[in-house]
Ligand binder design. Sequence first.
Ligand code: BES
Ligand code: MN
Ligand code: ZN
Length: 498
Amino acid sequence: MRATLKSTTEIATLNCDTLVIPCYKDLKLNSDSRAIDKASKKQLSKLLASDDFNGNSGEIVTLRFVAGVTANRVVLWGLGDKDKLSRQSWAQACDALARTTTALPGKHCAVIGSIKTNKAVPTSWALQQIAARITRNTYLYTTTKPSKKNPASLTRISIVNAAATSANRQAITQGIAIGKGINITRELGNLPGNICTPKYLSSEARKLGRKYADIKTTVLGEKQMDALGMGSLLSVGTGSAEESQLMVINYQGGKKSQKPHVLVGKGITFDTGGISLKPGAKMDEMKFDMCGAASVIGTLSAIAEMKLPLNVIGVIPAAENMPSSKATKPGDVVTSMSGKTIEVLNTDAEGRLVLCDALTYVERFKPESVVDIATLTGACIMALGHHASGLLSNDDSLANSLLAAGTDSADRAWQLPLWDVYKKQLNSPFADLGNIAAGGAGTITAACFLSEFAEKYRWAHLDIAGTAWGQAGGKGASGRPVALLCEYLMSLAGKSAV
Ligand code: BES
Ligand code: MN
Ligand code: ZN
């Protein structure tokens, strides 16, 4: 997919397959839509005067073969009430447009970009969302179902008659990069567990290193992790025939002296629960238990595309959680890389076991910030459903940056408390910590567990159990929270769309 800004006075004869005309609820035309109206002998005014189109947010009417217009179809795109416009409503309207335009035939879609937004929605950001969300919608899973024909023939988006500023140009380029990053994440998430194994993930991580000059990837196998004392991480994969992996994807877009921002992604390529076996219903969905890892890979590829002037290190602990005679058993005590001992009371609470050693490992980078991303607790779905990712942090300014990035990218997160009183629930008579806690608040106690290994830096945890797949983005992996993470890093680099 590529996107460009275009200027023309001949909009009716613009060469494209689909021409999109944005329209608020006031149903007023601007100079560009008026030109189409004129060329089409008042087709638009007739439509607007009827009840067939009311300009509601996300409302779409497709007109085919409009006389006087070169494009094969004209799409009226409702934006709702201009005064009530928010980033969230704009993003939803873009998703509706994306569903329509990617289902239509033709390679080239032009969107009139000479629209005024309100204060809450910066113009270049609005254009970025059009590019990102259309790109996101061109994805269709076909890897193990090649018979499914991808209807999205769209390869080109023109934003027509928006101001030809560098801010707008940058925003559109970023939008494409974000959309592509999201689709990388969705594909990895959707791949079945028999294809997407820990070694498959590490080969994808290595691919990033080959594709981008600014990225260097290293991968540790079980032997090397054992030498580092990662007894907690390794305890998760002992029941599996697949070798556990730890990947380090180092993106250096900033100066060498700049401290890196670290992203740690949970990469459980399948979570059976281990000896604490999960019930059968919907267990197939546990192939998505590596969506945190996938979001790290998608985000790194997006920021490498954007060439963000920042140092970012992606770290992915990957393992398969299986029952077997070699598997870790409830009551087993393991020693983490930090030296802290952990009583594994439930082998299904395995995400925190791989993450804690990764969190200790990243101390060596002397990070500016560390954010881990994990499909960590079913409890998070109970608390927040499928709309917001859970956010917990040991640093309020970091938490606020991530919350803002979530709002600004319409990929929202909501903060839960990380109070000391919850930490007591993790006490164990046989080890420094138990891996599960009695007394409820499962999302918080899981984060409390992680916080024990993140004491040396500013750290935040995103629980994406409710947002990484399912309702949030239809069937399959949603690609969340790539947009949030990109926005967070773009804003750190001073490259947010305004
Ligand atoms: N991967 C799951 C969490 C999960 C479950 C995410 C369902 C999305 C949907 C995680 O490894 C897990 O099993 N967590 C347990 C923790 C419990 C044993 C303390 C859970 O949430 O039930
Ligand atoms: Mn589990
Ligand atoms: Zn899990």
